[in-house]
Design a protein around this ligand. Sequence first.
Ligand SMILES: NC(=O)c1ccc[n+]([C@@H]2O[C@H](COP(=O)([O-])OP(=O)(O)OC[C@H]3O[C@@H](n4cnc5c(N)ncnc54)[C@H](OP(=O)(O)O)[C@@H]3O)[C@@H](O)[C@H]2O)c1
Length: 287
Amino acid sequence: MNILITGSNGQLGNTMRVLSKEHPKHHYFLTDVVEADGVSVLDITDKQAVSVFVEANAIDLIVNCAAYTNVDKAEEDEATAMKINAEALQVLGSQGVKVLHISTDYVFSGDEHVPCRETDPVGPRTAYGRTKYEGEKRLLAVCPEAVILRTAWLYSEYGNNFVKTMIKLGKERKELGVVFDQIGTPTYATDLAKAIYTVIETPVWHPGIYHFTNEGVCSWFDFTLAIHDLAGITDCRVRPILSEEYAYKTPRPHYSVLDKSKFKKTFNVQIPHWLDGLKRCMKSLHS
Ligand SMILES: NC(=O)c1ccc[n+]([C@@H]2O[C@H](COP(=O)([O-])OP(=O)(O)OC[C@H]3O[C@@H](n4cnc5c(N)ncnc54)[C@H](OP(=O)(O)O)[C@@H]3O)[C@@H](O)[C@H]2O)c1
């Protein structure tokens, strides 16, 4: 297959690129809005450019890793977030090729106390969540055969993310307050990318919305303790705080655990626990 990967400079896009070496039977086209080594320019909001690219390279499948992911900035500029997270999905979905798209736990309100299933009602509380939900709808309207994977708390070796921030702050500070009343599941981008390749390699294409994170649950506080433990940071006291004590610009979901039963059953896979994913990421960051 000729596979177009958008957002190749991002956390997931970079990880998809690394893992593509384990799937050499496909031909990969790595793109992003900004040019980089081995990555060519393709703005997913540019309808004409996307059509020309897909046709010229006989693309069979688009894996959309591109997104507007800054949750706070999206509140101030929802129009731009809507363009990238929703309008562009109409463009990608209208090319007459398969599409695998990534969405988010932010489509839910975060008010539940049990893991969210794909069929549960959505209720985004943020501009980011609204634009991502709109993207799901627009994609499925023009491409009902699309696969959408909703994920959460993504981290990797690339770019800025919670793991890297906590390592940095842990080395700089003697004390750190981290919220303990937001519960979710950290997801190592390598495990999400492996799940994407599982979807791609499965002989039968199973369209629909799926939830995918690592296994288990924790708070950001617990996650930080594990990060510091694995990083050997011993002289920073991590203090549990309430969300109301932290000056969030944008509301965060209190409970955003995703039920992954549908993905595991459909693709017959086991998913590693979040601590296992974190250990592998930390090892990779060290080397
Ligand atoms: N990060 C998380 O915690 C998290 C949680 C749940 C779901 N997700 C979803 O997972 C997916 C991957 O997230 P990620 O963390 O890998 O995101 P990321 O690191 O922010 O990467 C997204 C990439 O898309 C690029 N991009 C932005 N606008 C574009 C455009 N118009 N055309 C082409 N490329 C464009 C970005 O470039 P610039 O940086 O230059 O804008 C960036 O390189 C996204 O769909 C995200 O919504 C992420």
